[in-house]
Design a protein around this ligand. Structure first.
Ligand code: HEM
Length: 369
């Protein structure tokens, strides 16, 4: 493979990889909101007083957390299906070897889901600090556990048969790998700029809906400035974490990332990060959230996401010989189903748009506050 991704790959493999990455990116947007948002709420539950009036960000995150979690879970299904078609034995073996740990994702997600509802309730606001902190930190711990499980599963899935055999013989519940901590840290830190951007748009929408809010200038500035600070800090610190992770990667992986397959995407990832930084600074200086700078940030994030998705996949392509799976991908492609896939994509997108319109209609009819 000497051409930029996906051109050096055979048609069916390229087709599934592009679909996999496109759907994974949707999962990552919501997952980032959940991971970084619940971390923010955990910190807020520990460090702030009983009221949340002074933090429009925390209030908004609490309100949206259960919805964003359901969106993250739902959006995880499509990449999960493509992942199985793409990597087959590797994915299933890692799942089986980590079985109990892996299956624990389900009850933990359910617990996290209910805790995020509890976090929203007025009752919890009246609880003493210890109780509020337990709910806030407990919610985050559940989502962090799920993120850790995915990273652990990913790392085990790209190992060789000898590693799998050792895992089986040792029958351990956890998989230890020197990449685990840097990789998980990177995913966690990189979640903050996305969360800040989505929250930025939500606050911007609320700002427009409540008029110019001349009676709430402090809230406006605090909300817009805090999102900018979170985003800039997230970009800078996750870049440092990425540099550290780079040091832990094998030479083969580094060569693939800087080779013809992934280099253009590495450049895209960096350019996307710089564009975001360039847009968050004037956003910080402005008193209000500006649509113009939010659009530039979004463009930067999209460029960065596409770049990072391919660079991330390149690390897996460096570890596995995907050409061995060409025949299986071709066979899967011949089974058909594209028409049904597109049909349901159109129906479900239509239904989602309809739901959004219903909610928006409800908001517009509701009294403003
Ligand atoms: C709060 C819930 C969740 C969190 C915090 C989370 C977090 C993550 C993280 C950190 C990764 C990156 C793993 C890596 O490449 O090392 C990931 C990947 C992924 N997640 Fe999620 N996830 C959540 C829920 C789900 C659910 C419920 C599904 C499926 C229905 C799902 C499907 C996927 C898939 C398919 C990948 C790609 C795995 C790979 O490339 O090996 N996620 N998730």
């Amino acid at each position: 493979m000497n051409d930029p991704f996906p051109f050096g790959l055979e048609g069916p493999t390229a087709f599934y990889l592009v679909l996999y990455l496109s759907t994974l990116l949707i999962h990552i947007v919501f997952m980032n909101y959940v991971l970084a948002g619940s971390a923010y709420l955990a910190a807020h539950s520990v460090f702030r007083g009983r009221t949340n009036e002074e933090s429009p960000l925390a209030e908004l995150l609490r309100d949206w957390m259960p919805f964003m979690l359901s969106a993250a879970i739902t959006a995880g299904i499509a990449p999960l299906l493509f992942l199985q078609v793409l990597y087959q034995k590797h994915f299933y073996t890692a799942n089986l070897l980590l079985f109990s740990r892996w299956m624990a994702i389900l009850p933990v997600l359910i617990a996290g889901f209910y805790l995020s509802y509890l976090l929203k309730s007025k009752l919890v606001h009246r609880w003493p600090l210890a109780g509020r902190a337990a709910v806030g930190c407990g919610t985050f711990a559940c989502f962090a556990f799920v993120g850790w499980s995915w990273v652990e599963n990913h790392l085990l899935s790209v190992q060789s048969q000898q590693v799998w055999e050792k895992e089986y013989v040792d029958a351990t519940l956890l998989y230890h790998n020197t990449e685990l901590l840097p990789r998980l840290t990177l995913w966690f830190l990189a979640a903050f700029p996305t969360m800040a951007l989505v929250v930025g748009w939500q606050l911007w929408y609320r700002q427009g809906r409540n008029g110019d809010g001349a009676n709430q200038p402090v809230l406006k500035i605090a909300g817009s400035r805090r999102t900018a600070v979170i985003a800039v800090a997230g970009i800078i610190i996750s870049t440092v974490a990425a540099r550290y992770y780079w040091g832990k990667m094998s030479l083969d992986t580094r060569d693939t990332i800087t080779g013809p397959v992934a280099l253009p995407y590495l450049v895209m990832a960096i350019v996307g990060g710089v564009v975001q930084l360039g847009a968050w600074v004037p956003q910080y200086l402005a008193a209000r959230l500006s649509k113009k700078w939010l659009i530039v940030c979004t463009a930067g994030l999209v460029i960065n996401f596409i770049g990072m998705a391919v660079v991330n996949e390149a690390t897996r392509l460096a570890a596995l010989d995907i050409t061995e799976l060409y025949a299986k991908h071709k066979q899967a492609r011949e089974v058909g189903g594209l028409f049904l896939f597109l049909l349901f994509l159109a129906i479900n997108s239509g239904l989602m748009l309809y739901c959004l319109r219903l909610v928006r209609g409800g908001w517009q009819a509701a009294p403003k506050d």
